[in-house]
Ligand binder design. Sequence first.
Ligand code: BGC
Length: 393
Amino acid sequence: MEDKETQSIRTFPEGFLWGAGSSAFQVEGGIENTDWFEAGRAGLVPPQGLACDHYRRYEEDFDIAKSLSHNASRISIEWARIEPEEGKFNENEIAHYRDVLRALRARGLEPVVTLWHFSLPLWFSSRGGFLHKNAPEVFARYCEFVVSRLGGEAEFWNPINEPEIFANNGYVRGIWPPFFKHRIFTALSVGRALARAHILAYKKMRAQNAQIKIGVNKDNIFYEANWNPLNKLGKVFINWMWNYWFLDATKGSYDFIGLNHYFHVKLGMSKREWADAPRNDMGWELHPDSLYQTLVGLKPYGVPVYVTENGIPDKTDTKRAQFIRDALSQVARAIKVGVDIRGYFYWSLTDNYELAQGFTQRFGLIEINYETLERTVRPSARMYAEICKNNAL
Ligand code: BGC
């Protein structure tokens, strides 16, 4: 028998947001005027094509989310659709996203909107992206424009998704556009430009709309180290650099933090520990405690936290249900020690274009058949639906 305390921590706070996430480039299809689409054409990343055709089928996808008892949904708006040429804004695309946001609210799904989720308009990327001298101002102008048109359609807005992942994959690992390798100092400049871009975007968005909540999306990693003092020191540095630098640099310019969490890294992990660790389809370690640790690490920032991404590639859907239950136990545990957590968004609603991995990885609560574009709800999605419906684990 569970005692009262265990039971009470398993009921989530009133008004908790339950849902799943997606990003425009990964699901919409047909976004041709971006650096990612161009890279696909050049064979540097898998081609994106029609993706899930979500651009046309969003109502069908939101109907399923509603049937799964979600009360919120994280989506993104594609910058290249809104501003296909510098300074020229496309009102038809604004109308499209207005329809999308209204379709969500009509189904009782509160939108959480990201304004830039990795893919850049070609005109912007081809002159150096965020390294161009006016990049922060140009980005902030785009954010301001969207909020001037759509600010009334959603409460939660995030200018930038995962600044550290963007800088690392594009300028250090070289696996994403613009495919630079080992340019650590360049990556740091990108990071600084992104912090400036966020602060400017926050000011301009706030000036447009006093009601909306504007957040930061951080992909935080739980770092540990073995006995080795060098690893211990390295851990302190990387932990600050990766997890907290951006939050400190933009402090005062966000109303909430969106935590995207996937990774546990132990510096000096033994071969044995490595071999014994359970893993998902992409070889990432399954380590539920790390979600708790990263949540607790955000407590000092004193703003509400939403888990805006947390998910598993699991083609056979054999591990997903347990993954979600484990994750939510950790969320409940973090709430119990006083972290102000107000929502959980599984990544992702449907299978999608997993960036450098293309369509091979299956993160979705909903399976996509890429031949027919048919949607099939996975069993784990139904288990998650029960939790959403009961607001309890
Ligand atoms: C990104 C998503 C991505 C997910 C899984 C996150 O870093 O925001 O776009 O699909 O991780 O790799």
